[in-house]
Design a protein around this ligand. Structure first.
Ligand SMILES: [Zn+2]
Length: 118
């Protein structure tokens, strides 16, 4: 995974949904998934009852074997959102956010045509 120097996108998501994140939380993936992750957090926010929001936290959000994994302590209703996000990550270039596909040559990663060798 390339080193991600620009973390502003992470701060923006955490600023919009601060209750979902423990202190010093870091998304362990690249910025191409920023819009996808923002939408995931928005859908979780909509899915949770107000009393559930008090307790909900992401424990880890990362790329694994090329696609998104999002671990949390939420109720079952959140799982549908996670399923959607993980499926969407399989079709979204992790580097730029354009349409991509999972490549399995050498290592697993979702890349668009332009970033196919990155
Ligand atoms: Zn790309």
């Amino acid at each position: 995974m390339p080193v991600e120097m620009d973390l502003a996108w992470q701060e923006e998501i955490k600023r919009d949904y601060p209750y979902q994140f423990p202190p010093h939380f870091t998304f362990e993936c690249c910025s191409g998934w920023a819009a996808l992750l923002r939408e995931m957090c928005r859908r979780v926010d909509l899915a949770l009852e107000p009393e559930d929001r008090e307790h909900f936290k992401w424990s880890q959000i990362k790329e694994k074997f090329g696609t998104l994994r999002a671990y949390n302590n939420g109720p079952d209703v959140v799982e549908d959102v996670i399923d959607w996000a993980e499926a969407a990550s399989e079709k979204t270039c992790e580097l730029c956010g354009r349409a991509g596909r999972l490549k399995r040559k050498g290592w697993h990663a979702v890349r668009c045509e332009e970033h196919r060798d990155s």
